[in-house]
Design a protein around this ligand. Structure first.
Ligand code: SF4
Length: 177
């Protein structure tokens, strides 16, 4: 086991489908290899409500589509040293951005009225307020590393993580070869 300080790693799931997190888990037993080098301090598998301070690396899945996403990504950026856009939704908007030409009201109407049972209603208090358009992460906050793919292949995610754990800044475009 390494005696080097562990990397404080976080992952966050914004407007995405969880497929990028699934691809991270698809690194399978290699996660066990790197586990001694990492403290997983936040993510869907961590029971913590508030994003912590002093995070070394955060993997961000999903686009920025709501006021809640915007609040989260600003807080994450302020508390993270190396911010990684993980997957096409974070990198370029991808699937969430397909709603951009229709506007939020049309999307809510389609989801909650046209595709709902009789007497459907658009919720006003439970769901986060949608932004006018869904945007990639780097349009709202600075991003240090871009990992494209829908989802990014597990091998690529592992290569990026390995470089980050070695204290390097990875270049995923070169890794695609
Ligand atoms: Fe899902 Fe693909 Fe978006 Fe990842 S990039 S959250 S797999 S739609």
């Amino acid at each position: 086991m390494s005696s080097a300080p562990r990397i404080r790693l976080a992952t966050i799931w914004l407007d995405g489908c969880s497929g990028c997190h699934m691809s991270l888990l698809d690194t399978d037993e290699r996660l066990i290899e790197i586990a001694p080098l990492i403290d997983l301090v936040y993510g869907p598998l961590v029971d913590l409500k508030e994003f912590p301070e002093n995070v070394d690396v955060t993997l961000v899945e999903g686009a920025i589509s709501s006021e809640q996403d915007l609040h989260h990504i600003r807080q994450v950026r302020a508390r993270t040293r190396v911010l990684v856009s993980l997957g096409d939704c974070a990198v370029n908007g991808n699937v969430p951005a397909m709603r951009n030409k229709f506007g939020p009201q049309a999307v809510l109407k389609r989801a909650y009225l046209e595709n709902a049972m009789p007497d459907g209603q658009i919720p006003r208090e439970i769901i986060p307020q949608l932004l006018p358009v869904s945007r990639p992460v780097h349009e709202l906050v600075p991003v240090d590393v871009f990992v494209p793919g829908c989802p990014p292949p597990a091998d690529l995610i592992f290569s990026v993580l390995s470089e980050l754990l070695a204290g390097k800044v990875p270049n995923p475009a070169a890794m695609f070869g």
